[in-house]
Design a binder for this molecule. Structure first.
Ligand SMILES: Cc1cc2nc3c(=O)[nH]c(=O)nc-3n(C[C@H](O)[C@H](O)[C@H](O)COP(=O)(O)OP(=O)(O)OC[C@H]3O[C@@H](n4cnc5c(N)ncnc54)[C@H](O)[C@@H]3O)c2cc1C
Ligand code: FES
Length: 293
């Protein structure tokens, strides 16, 4: 499946996932490991799951919350979500009992999850140097992509750039540092790594290292970062795909709550397209300069 495809309708099947662990990795940051064989088997980098963050008959909050798949373990039928607490849904997730630390013999909690949904990143060509540019929880799909790239028979040279406001928001970075890739960080206040925006760090690294040819860029982050990456990749004719993490309703194409002006191809006009269904991964040339997603 590529950036231009979306999943067939039969993929929209809610399934109960069992909580394997729910580990706090930093202030307000967690990794939730869930067991559900079919989601673990079908997930690809860029895809997301829709988590029902309520129990029993409460349906409050009503709308499921979308989360990128962070990694999978097909052998054990598990998949991970890297998340940060921002509101009711994610606080509900943080309160899920962690079987690894729970006392007593309570059975593991179960969570109602829909997915995997959405499209995936396109794999690079054999000799391309890969740059992964991420901000905040946007690093989640990039980590999964890095794992998949490293599984290729001849893995590419991979540079990962992560940005955050300050050093304390660089969560998930330890997992990247454990991989055989080049990892650099940027903070807005200079408290760790490069002083400035992650897109400036990327531009500096790219200018030092490569020509336009043979470079593949993948990005995911907050709107400002995505916008800046879109603009600099188009201006420099860099091959780039961006995963948009916009607000969503249904997550599978029926409510039109996630539309943004996105072209079908580089010669066409901007039209409203569904980020959940035609995306969330798009070629940067198809996005409008002030990305609305
Ligand atoms: C495709 C996709 C993948 C995502 N992947 C991840 C992930 O891997 N890890 C992760 O932590 N989060 C991810 N998100 C964002 C996550 O879905 C939201 O943080 C979550 O829905 C917030 O739910 P809540 O009930 O806790 O907060 P709410 O109470 O709904 O909102 C709290 C605050 O967060 C803001 N907010 C809510 N949703 C979003 C959003 N999508 N983008 C920006 N601000 C938002 C609201 O405006 C509000 O200010 C992803 C979103 C999308 C669309
Ligand atoms: S969230 Fe409903 S159509 Fe995209």
């Amino acid at each position: 499946m590529s950036t231009s495809d979306c999943q067939p309708a039969e993929y929209i099947t809610p399934a109960e996932s069992e909580v394997v662990y729910n580990r706090r990795i930093g202030p307000g940051w967690y990794v939730l490991r869930l067991r559900e064989e079919s989601i673990a088997r079908r997930s690809e980098p860029g895809m997301f799951v829709q988590v029902l963050c309520s129990e029993g008959e409460s349906f409050d909050p009503l709308l499921r919350r979308p989360f990128s798949v962070y990694s999978t373990d097909e052998e054990n039928g598990t998949y991970d979500i890297l998340y940060t607490t921002v509101g009711r849904g994610t606080r509900w997730m943080a309160a899920l009992p962690d079987p690894e630390t729970a006392e007593g013999n309570e059975p593991p909690a179960r969570v109602d999850v829909l997915g995997p949904l959405g499209n995936t990143f396109t794999m690079p060509k054999g000799d391309e140097t890969v740059y992964l540019v991420g901000g905040g929880v946007g690093v989640a799909p990039l980590y999964f992509l890095a794992l998949r790239l490293l599984e290729l028979p001849d893995p590419p040279n991979i540079h990962f750039c992560m940005g955050a406001r300050t050093g304390e928001f660089l969560q998930g970075i330890a997992d990247f540092r454990d991989l055989p890739i080049h990892t650099r960080v940027a903070t807005n206040d200079g408290s760790e790594g490069f002083h400035g925006f992650v897109t400036d760090l990327f531009l500096e690294l790219w200018k030092e290292g490569s020509s336009t040819a043979g470079v593949r860029v993948y990005g995911c982050g907050p709107q400002g970062m995505n916008e800046s990456l879109r603009n600099l990749s188009v201006d420099n004719a860099l091959s780039c795909e961006i995963c948009l993490e916009s607000m969503m309703g249904c997550g599978f194409g029926i409510c039109f709550g996630c539309v943004a002006p996105i072209r079908k191809d580089t010669d066409s006009e901007f039209i409203n397209r569904r980020i959940c269904w035609e995306g969330p991964v798009f070629d940067s040339r198809l996005l409008c300069p002030g990305i609305d997603g």
